[in-house]
Write a protein that binds this ligand. Structure first.
Ligand SMILES: [Zn+2]
Length: 161
């Protein structure tokens, strides 16, 4: 999934969380989601975040490989744990965005090593899309449509500022 699709699907999912729970759809929460939805690809020097990582992406990739440790439930859990320690709204956003990214990649053809390091094999959904192909474009537009729908139908925009 390319970075804009990760941001769009994650914000759409984050809006869904805000509608279903008492989480407020605030600006720090949404910005956190956008940042969190990009972070797992810090293991790929050519990704949006990797190109801005001052070489960190190269190091992580050489140790763990692309879609290794950063795409595991272990790291998702660690970030949620951080949120338990420091309950900032933006940190909750980052944790949500992070896990939405991993879920997004779970639906891609290449899959993700969800249970790293216990099971290193990449696991994927039975129903997948191909990165950069029309199926991903479609997902992007559906996500944008959902965000607009949620914003107006549930007046989420009123919580933003
Ligand atoms: Zn990824």
């Amino acid at each position: 999934m390319r970075y804009h699709t990760h941001i769009a699907t994650s914000i759409a999912a984050g809006a869904g969380v805000a509608i279903q729970t008492d989480v407020a759809f605030t600006f720090p929460y949404v910005v956190g989601i956008a940042i969190g939805s990009l972070l797992p690809d810090i293991d790929e020097p050519n990704s949006y975040v990797g190109r801005r990582s001052f070489g960190l992406a190269k190091v992580i990739k050489s140790i763990f490989g692309h879609r290794g440790i950063t795409h595991s439930l272990l790291v998702c859990g660690l970030i949620f744990y951080l949120y338990q320690l420091y309950s900032y709204e933006w940190l909750f956003g980052i944790a949500c965005g992070y896990i939405f990214h991993v879920i997004g990649d779970f639906f891609s053809k290449r899959g993700v090593p969800l249970f790293w390091p216990i099971v290193r094999k990449k696991i994927k959904s039975p129903l997948t899309y191909e990165t950069g192909k029309p199926s991903e474009q479609l997902i992007f537009y559906i996500a944008i449509g959902l965000i607009i729908y949620f914003l107006y139908k549930y007046s989420l925009y009123s919580q933003l500022f």
